[in-house]
Write a protein that binds this ligand. Structure first.
Ligand code: G3P
Ligand code: CA
Length: 278
C-alpha cells in the first residue's frame, strides 16, 4: 500500500511527538553498570528491565579489524585478561571473561549482538566510537559504516552514534547522512561554545558532561534545534534538577533513578495531600 505523502508526514510527526514527549530519555550508561558488569549483554538486558529507553555502549576495533564493545583501552579493569584492545585479535578478546564486577561470567559483546538485544527489547542504542588516538577513532568509525549501512529501517532510527572525536563523527556522517549523531563534550569544553561545533557536524544532540550544563546552555541548544543528553548523572537530586531545566536525555549508571525522577516530574503520583484531603 502506498501511503500518501501528507499521511506519511503526519505519521512521522506523531512518531516525533511520541519521542519528544518522553523526556528525558533514560540512557543506561554502559548498560546498568551499577548492577551488572559494564558493557555486557547482561548489563544491557538489566538496563531495559529497569526501564531504560536506550543503552549506551563503547565501541572499539580489535587488531584484526573487528568491532567489540568495551570502554577502556586496556582489557585489564573489566576482564580477566591483560593488554591493549587494539593489539589483541577478535578471538583473543572474545575468549576473555568480561564479568569482572560483579563477578558474573560474560563475554565482550559485539555491536551486532548489542543491536539484536536492543531490537528484541524495543530499545535504542547509543554507540560511542572510542579510540586512543584520532587514527584509532577514524578506523573504528570506518569499520562501523558497513554495520550501520546494513541496518534495517526499524533499527536505523533507534541508533545514535556519538564520539569525543568529532572528526570521526564527521567522517561517518559524511558516509551515512541519515545517521543520528550526538557530539560529545568533556569538561575541557568549559567556557567554549559547544552549540556551533555540534551544528556544523549535523548532530541532532549535544552530549555534554554534567559539569558543563546550565539552564542557558539547554536553552541555547534548543533554540539551535539540538537536543541535550547529559552524562553521567547518578545523584537523584542532580537528575531532578536537569529534568527541571529541560534535559532531553540523561545517562546514568542507575537507569531506574532517571525513570523514577521522570515519573515524579511528569505525574502527580505521590504528591503531598492538599489541605483537607485524607
Ligand atoms: O557517552 C557518555 C559517556 O559514556 C562518555 O564518557 O568515559 O563513560 O565513555 P565515558
Ligand atoms: Ca561511553
Amino acid at each position: 500500500m502506498v501511503v500518501p505523502r501528507d499521511v506519511a508526514e503526519e505519521q512521522a510527526q506523531v512518531e516525533r511527538k511520541i519521542e519528544m514527549g518522553r523526556r528525558p530519555l533514560c540512557f543506561a550508561h554502559r548498560g546498568a553498570r551499577a548492577y551488572a558488569p559494564e558493557n555486557t549483554l547482561l548489563a544491557f538486558a538489566v538496563a531495559f528491565d529497569l526501564g531504560a529507553d536506550a543503552i549506551e555502549c563503547d565501541v572499539q576495533a580489535s587488531r584484526d579489524g573487528r568491532l567489540v564493545i568495551i570502554h577502556d583501552a586496556l582489557v585489564d579493569r573489566t576482564t580477566d585478561g591483560s593488554g591493549e584492545v587494539a593489539r589483541m585479535t577478535f578471538a583473543e578478546l572474545r575468549a576473555l571473561d568480561a564479568g569482572a564486577f560483579p563477578r558474573i561470567p560474560q563475554r565482550i559483546p559485539t555491536p551486532e549482538e548489542t543491536l539484536a538485544l536492543a531490537r528484541e527489547r524495543g530499545g535504542m542504542v547509543n554507540l560511542e566510537v572510542k579510540g586512543e588516538s584520532a587514527a584509532e577513532c577514524a578506523e573504528t568509525a570506518r569499520l562501523c559504516v558497513p554495520l550501520l549501512r546494513d541496518l534495517n529501517e526499524a533499527l536505523r532510527t533507534r541508533v545514535l552514534v556519538s564520539s569525543f572525536d568529532h572528526a570521526a563523527l564527521a567522517e561517518i556522517k559524511g558516509r551515512l547522512p541519515w545517521l543520528r549523531i550526538g557530539a560529545l563534550f568533556g569538561k575541557e569544553w568549559q567556557g567554549r561554545d559547544v552549540v556551533g561545533p555540534a551544528r556544523k557536524l549535523g548532530a541532532e544532540a549535544i552530549h555534554p558532561a554534567a559539569q558543563l550544563v546550565t539552564p542557558e546552555l539547554i536553552q541555547r541548544a534548543h533554540a539551535a534545534g539540538l537536543r541535550v543528553n547529559i552524562w553521567t548523572v547518578n545523584n537523584p537530586r542532580a537528575i531532578a534538577r536537569f529534568i527541571a531545566w529541560g534535559a532531553d536525555g540523561i545517562f546514568s549508571d542507575y537507569p531506574e533513578r532517571v525513570v523514577i525522577a521522570r515519573e515524579v516530574a511528569t505525574s502527580d503520583v505521590g504528591r503531598p495531600l492538599a489541605g483537607g484531603e485524607r
